[in-house]
Write a protein that binds this ligand. Structure first.
Ligand code: IPE
Ligand code: IPE
Ligand code: MG
Length: 238
């Protein structure tokens, strides 16, 4: 919506957002449904939220889809999640691509089922020319794993200790071009970071909402951006 003015533009200036999409299991349990149904409903919330983010002028959105620790869940739930991620790539993301969304994935690659990994790479290739909104999907992602991988790459690149600074370190993260989030939203009432974007969230504003992720939508996103707009960021200064 670049160049437009109007009520949408008056809202928060958060251009880079991150969301911990939490609460799918509780959403399903409250309805007496299998946990997979909560995850499936969660993919619909993702689509709604990306569309709302486009309308609200957000440029970059990073969502936590599957953590390095989520492999410890029951095998049946993990299997269902892999299937649902595949369905999301086939059914939801192409529609978002038509709306100008560029999708990329951050996280480990070595444990993803090869067929799913190939679909992820294909989606990245198919959307690389899109520039309306950058959607980063954190999959088999952990902040600590990302920092360890960055340290390993630095050493492999033969960096000398005295040349290692924040800029050089950040250039070895999974996606150096991913902007630090202005705002992190976590749904479902949990008040923690759960190993998400440990480097990038250093000075992000945090908004926690009780809404379970499958119920999240445009109004919740607008509320969070309004909350952000009333914050004063100091970055350690006066
Ligand atoms: C978030 O929902 C989705 C993933 C972690 C994959 P949860 O499945 O964690 O939902 P709750 O926290 O159990 O309600
Ligand atoms: C964080 O949620 C990971 C995702 C949303 C993908 P979890 O539900 O896994 O986090 P904890 O276990 O409550 O900290
Ligand atoms: Mg959870």
């Amino acid at each position: 919506m670049a160049g437009q003015t109007g009520p949408e533009q008056a809202l928060g200036e958060a251009k880079s957002l991150a969301i911990i999409m939490d609460g799918n299991g509780r959403w399903a349990a409250r309805r007496g449904l299998p946990v997979a149904e909560g995850h499936r409903e969660g993919t619909r919330a993702l689509r709604r939220t990306v569309e709302a983010a486009i309308d609200l002028g957000v440029q970059s959105l990073t969502v936590y889809a599957f953590s390095t620790e989520n492999w410890t869940r029951p095998a049946e739930e993990v299997r269902a999640l892999m299937e649902i991620f595949g369905e999301t790539i086939d059914r939801e993301l192409p529609d978002l691509a038509r709306q100008g969304v560029r999708t990329r994935f951050i996280g480990r690659h070595d444990r993803t089922p090869p067929e799913l990994d190939e679909r992820m790479r294909a989606m990245e290739r198919q959307t690389e020319a899109n520039d309306r909104l950058a959607l980063w999907i954190a999959f088999d992602y952990g902040g600590r794993a990302e920092l360890v991988a960055a340290a390993r790459r630095l050493i492999e690149a033969g960096a000398r200790p005295e040349e290692v600074d924040e800029a050089l370190f950040a250039s070895h993260l999974y996606a150096p071009e991913l902007p630090d989030p202005d705002l992190l939203i976590r749904t479902s009432g949990e008040l923690r970071i759960s190993n998400f974007l440990l480097w990038q969230l250093a000075y992000s504003e945090l908004v926690f909402v009780d809404t379970l992720w499958p119920d999240f939508g445009a109004d919740d996103l607008r509320d969070a951006l309004e909350a952000y707009a009333s914050r004063r960021r100091r970055f350690g200064g006066r």
